[in-house]
Design a protein around this ligand. Sequence first.
Ligand code: ZN
Length: 355
Amino acid sequence: MDQIRNIVDGIAPEGLSGAFDHALAVAQGQGVLEEYRVLNGTIPVALDGVWYYSSTEIHCDRCLGMEKKKRDGSVETVYYHDVVAAAVVRPADHVVLPLLPEFIRNEDGKEKQDCERNAGKRWIEKNGGRYGPLQVTLLGDDLYACHSLCAAAQEGGMHFLFTCKEESHPWITEQVKYSEMNTHEKRVWNGRNHLAHRYSWVNGIENRAEGEKLLVNYLRLEIYNEEQGKVTYTNSWITDHVLGKETVGVIAECGRARWKIENEHNNVLKHRGYNLEHNFGHGKEHASELCCLLNLLAFLFHSIQDKADEEYREARGSFGRRDAFFWAFRYEINRYLHESWQGLFLTLAGNAPDG
Ligand SMILES: [Zn+2]
């Protein structure tokens, strides 16, 4: 393990970008990516910061640091790693496809600590050429709805759809307040209740900062539960997609799918089989970031297989829990020789507890 750690410690994360590109090209070749083209012909890509390591003792040159007061009053430094993850998502699909992330990290000579917004901007600037031609719409939480990230997305040839809360964007809120809003209502039966989806929107609102401005379109969704007699959900977004009666439904649905990067990506990586927060080896330079990337790559491979490989799907589907599947997989390859992946997956499907 020490030797592996030493090897990965010397590899800069950029060294793995080709593996992500290759996997995505495979997904594209298999038609997997096209399944996600649901938003005005674009593919939704959610961005989100993920904290994946913290320690008061083990740290490296890339670690971020935070002062924390202990119970006895003394102060200690908590070292941590955080990354802006990116994943292809779509409404009503639990399979997400991780893309290259951007690490939030301290660089030599910089006094101010790096943050999610800066790293998010770097992700957009670095990856416009890589993902822009695929025609994507970036999804992000309220933190991303600032002028500079919207402008960066447009310069990078990408659309955006960012959550925009009233309290954190007063200038946008003020304009919306004095605008004549378009409205549309759609009744939905969710199997238990009648819901009224109430959309209100206005195109051409200014998003500005430090003298710069660009025009965005503002959408608000309120869901009223008729049986309960109350509003059960509200959210609002800004986007560069033009809003109209025909498009607000799908745009709001994709805006709501942003949470999938938290639930189907970050949470799966941390708690359902990948142990993202485990310290696989910290090293002095890149090991911590490399181990995170290898984990993301494994998850990407599995997601593509889930979509495009019938035998894999059968094997995986025979196990309820992902970690139980992984344990059975390890057991099988440690003890038996399999002639092919297909044979291995079919054996796993047959040996599953409920298979
Ligand atoms: Zn570190």
